[in-house]
Design a protein around this ligand. Structure first.
Ligand SMILES: Nc1nc2c(c(=O)[nH]1)N[C@H]1C(S)=C(S)[C@@H](COP(=O)(O)O)O[C@H]1N2
Ligand SMILES: [Mo]
Length: 391
């Protein structure tokens, strides 16, 4: 795919680095003689892959063996049912403020010019509590949303693009003192400006195969650089309108509430409680594996972010100095960014390892303490100290 955005042009250095990457799998699976070092910070019997059919399934990040997460290990979650859709009867509708309201079959979409993009994925509820396992990375194939919108023509007053899944359920809809029980379809929206960017994709394949039921078969929206919730699965309708969309999963369930300024007390009048939507991924890194390799140890982890180029990833051991990790040359702008760190001279016993990422805009991954004034648990991009035992 050749997709040159203005931001990418500005980040030429970064793009060149990823073009030079010849090996698709720069990080090999457990090599001969390598051995996993045990994490001692995991819950007893931690085994998120035990039940492949669980409604929510984490990716066991100790098992990362390359850039792409296999489809049967990709993390998954959703709020309601998982609708089974007959691909022959499937239709994707474009409604509202489009010049030519239309619907597309799966074959129609597959006949259009396709693009491919490797995208790191994270649920906004991911955090150390989930051992950072509500994250994965896949290579998606689909049609750019902007191409379809341009083909159909957008009404000049349209400003909001709403995506509806096929899944629906009776839910509570709160209004002041009242709560209504109403049938609700899963819905999310973005601005028209964001919808017309080159990245958003109507995806029908991941890692070269059709999407699985968990991943939203037959078609989902893929929003590179955005938290999972924006990536609407089992996509049934794209609706253009002028007004903001305020559905449950847009305006109520997915919000960040964080205190800024003042003394920090909840009722301190000098504290401003900043309430925002869940949109782009916040800069995060996490250590996923530690392996005994030759005489030393190899630490492997990943970075998730909004696509801004990175300045550095560093690793700190037992409160020692921050030391630079090496980014994998196979990383690309919207993939997760794998990194390794060579740890030599580890003494037997317990050790704490933590990583920290800084991007080119100067954002630094915060510590948990620095995020302590965030009320809602979403968007937790805190550093994740890991404990290992060296024998
Ligand atoms: N239709 C629909 N799409 C959805 C959801 C949902 O409940 N319904 N959940 C969202 C959330 S919260 C996340 S984190 C991702 C998870 O995608 P995955 O199961 O492919 O990992 O799907 C998003 N898309
Ligand atoms: Mo999510």
């Amino acid at each position: 795919m050749t997709e040159i955005t203005r931001r990418e042009t500005l980040r030429k250095g970064f793009a060149v680095a990823s073009f030079l990457a010849i090996p698709e799998w720069a990080l090999p699976a457990l090599a001969q003689g390598e051995e996993d070092v045990r994490f001692i910070d995991l819950p007893q019997n931690y085994n998120p892959s035990a039940n492949p059919n669980a409604a929510t399934r984490q990716y066991d990040i100790r098992t990362i063996d390359g850039m792409l997460t296999p489809k049967d290990r990709f993390f998954t979650t959703q709020h309601m049912n998982k609708p089974e859709i007959d691909p022959d009867k499937y239709r994707l509708k474009f409604t509202g403020m489009v010049m030519k309201p239309s619907e597309f079959s799966l074959a129609d979409l597959k006949a259009m010019k396709s693009t491919e993009m490797t995208v790191g994925f994270e649920c906004s509820g991911n955090s150390a509590r989930a051992i950072e396992g509500l994250s994965s990375c896949g290579k998606f194939t689909g049609v750019p949303l902007s191409a379809v919108l341009k083909q159909l023509g957008v009404h000049p007053k349209a400003r909001e693009v709403v995506f509806f899944g096929t899944d629906h359920q009776t839910q509570d809809v709160a209004f002041r003192q009242q709560t209504y029980k109403l049938d609700q379809q899963f819905g999310r929206s973005i601005t028209l400006e964001n919808a017309l960017k080159p990245e958003p994709m109507l995806a029908y394949a991941m890692n070269g195969d059709s999407l699985t039921l968990n991943q939203g078969f037959p078609v989902r929206l893929v929003m590179p650089g955005w938290y999972g919730v924006a990536n609407v699965k089992w996509l049934s309708e794209v609706h253009l309108q002028e007004d903001r969309y305020l559905g449950n999963y847009q305006a109520r369930w997915y919000r960040s509430v964080i205190g800024v300024g003042g003394s920090g007390g909840d009722t301190d009048p000098d504290t401003q409680w900043v309430e925002t939507e869940i949109t782009h991924m916040h800069l995060k890194s996490a250590i996923a594996q530690v392996r005994k390799s030759g005489g030393g140890y190899r630490v492997l982890g990943f970075v998730l972010n909004d696509g801004t180029p990175l300045k550095s990833v560093e690793v700190q051991i037992d409160n020692g100095p921050w030391q630079r990790a090496t980014l994998d040359p196979a990383n690309s702008q919207y993939s997760w960014k794998l990194f390794t760190f060579q740890w030599d001279g580890a003494a037997p016993g317990e050790h704490t390892l933590v990583s920290r990422v800084t991007d080119a805009d100067g954002n630094v991954q915060p510590t948990a303490a620095e995020l302590s004034r965030k009320k809602t648990f979403l968007q937790d991009n805190a550093q994740f100290p890991r404990k290992v035992m060296i024998s």
